[in-house]
Design a protein. Structure first.
Length: 254
């Protein structure tokens, strides 16, 4: 089965994470597919808006943990960073629809989206510290800008899951909906945007992000280097082995 579904209707391209048996854990293959879709959509005049979604009760459990252990991302020339750069640079409106869990990169990728709608069942988490890791995807720069430094410190240092209402309160999401309305609402909003003059949408997005591009790319690169180093450390290895073994991690002595 294709782990990324791609559907274009009414000038709206919808990309759906479709690896439900692994809670939409993201693999290198999935990052490559998403990167390719975004690159094509950026060039394609028939696409005016992109929606990124999972299912109404599942967004993503973050990076695939087995791949983190077996094939940790080495340099910046890897699918995950291709995806992050194409997401960060995507010129047209990008809407995310989040239901259920959004873990790790499942939450940090939202910082690159223009509008985020979520179900009241959404559960966000930035668990990096609890996994012996550090922030990624530009989140050390973008999270404080989005939610303010105080909330960003709390979310990143404690790394505890937070609800849809908390995400709304800090400004991570635009609107909270009943789960059964989430995907339809995101589509309706995407179609409303797609009916507007495309050049004005693109220019407005560009102006809203003016001056940020280089800083975002630098943050992604700086974080990537630290993240890769931490991924090789004993705490991260223990955290991921424990997850796969379905037990609590033992950080004593680490
Ligand atoms: N990578 C690889 N496999 C994953 C995964 C991930 N990120 N998240 C879930 N899975 C797998 C589980 O290992 C399990 O596989 P199995 O059926 O072969 O045993 C299956 O998906 C179902 O996951 P499970 O944990 O049993 O579902 P749940 O409903 O109890 O919990 C989550 C869902 C999303 C809350 C939980 O899976 C989770 O916290 N995952 C995040 C893992 C993580 O640390 N991500 C990296 C962040 S940097």
């Amino acid at each position: 089965m294709n782990p990324i579904l791609s559907l274009r209707e009414h000038s709206v391209l919808t990309l759906t994470l479709n690896r439900v048996d692994k809670k939409n854990a993201l693999t290198q293959e999935m990052y490559s597919l998403l990167h390719r879709e975004l690159q094509q959509a950026a060039q394609d005049d028939a696409v005016r808006v992109v929606v990124l979604q999972g299912q109404q009760d599942l967004f993503s459990s973050g990076n695939d943990v087995s791949e983190f252990l077996q094939r940790p991302p080495g340099g910046l020339d890897t699918p995950v960073f291709d995806f992050l750069r194409s997401l960060a640079d995507f010129p047209k409106p990008l809407i995310a629809a989040v239901g259920g869990p959004a873990v790790g990169i499942g939450t940090t990728m939202l910082l690159h989206c223009d509008l985020v709608y979520c179900g009241d069942n959404a559960l966000f988490s930035l668990p990096f510290v609890n996994l012996g890791l550090s922030p990624e995807a530009g989140s050390s720069l973008l999270l404080p800008l989005r939610v303010g430094p105080a909330a960003a410190s709390e979310l990143l240092l404690f790394g505890e899951p937070f609800s849809a209402d908390e995400a709304l309160a800090v400004g991570l999401v635009n609107r909270v909906l009943p789960p059964e309305q989430l995907l339809d609402y995101a589509q309706a909003q995407a179609r409303r945007l797609a009916a507007k003059p495309s050049a004005s949408l693109v220019l407005t997005k560009q102006l809203l992000r003016k001056g940020q591009r280089e800083a975002v790319h630098a943050a992604i690169a700086d974080e990537a280097w630290q993240f890769a180093r931490m991924l090789q450390g004993p705490a991260a290895k223990e955290a991921f082995r424990a997850f796969l073994d379905k037990r609590k991690p033992d950080f004593s002595g680490l």
